[in-house]
Write a protein that binds this ligand. Structure first.
Ligand SMILES: N[C@@H](CCC(=O)N[C@@H](CS)C(=O)NCC(=O)O)C(=O)O
Length: 98
């Protein structure tokens, strides 16, 4: 089962990129929500470093494989689920834009 690490859905649009994809395609995954630190001068980097090599979310774990960066996660999922990207090249270009 994939494990997806994300942060607050109302702030982290990067987190939502793979989250929406997995939900839309009905791909089963364990959602791991790790809230941003709050407070002046607080960083979430150290907290996120516990599961993400870059200290950023989203981060997908598939067994021993960890993939960080939302677009890299989409590309990784594409290997198992070709419906991730549209076949038409213009639609594909549009789908990868953020
Ligand atoms: N290009 C990266 C950007 C990831 C990113 O910047 N994530 C933010 C949240 S949306 C983050 O983890 N920030 C950590 C922090 O604010 O300490 C991606 O597409 O995944």
């Amino acid at each position: 089962m994939y494990k997806l690490w994300i942060a607050n859905k109302n702030y982290s649009s990067w987190s939502l990129r793979p989250w929406v994809l997995l939900k839309t395609l009905g791909i089963p995954f364990d959602e791991n929500l790790c809230y941003f630190e709050t407070g002046r001068g607080k960083s979430s980097h150290d907290k996120f470093k516990n599961f993400s090599p870059t200290g950023l979310v989203p981060c997908l774990v598939d067994g021993k494989q960890t993939i960080w960066d939302s677009l890299a996660i989409c590309e990784y999922l594409y290997e198992a689920f070709p419906q991730v990207w549209p076949a038409d090249k213009q639609a594909r270009a549009w789908a990868s834009l953020r």
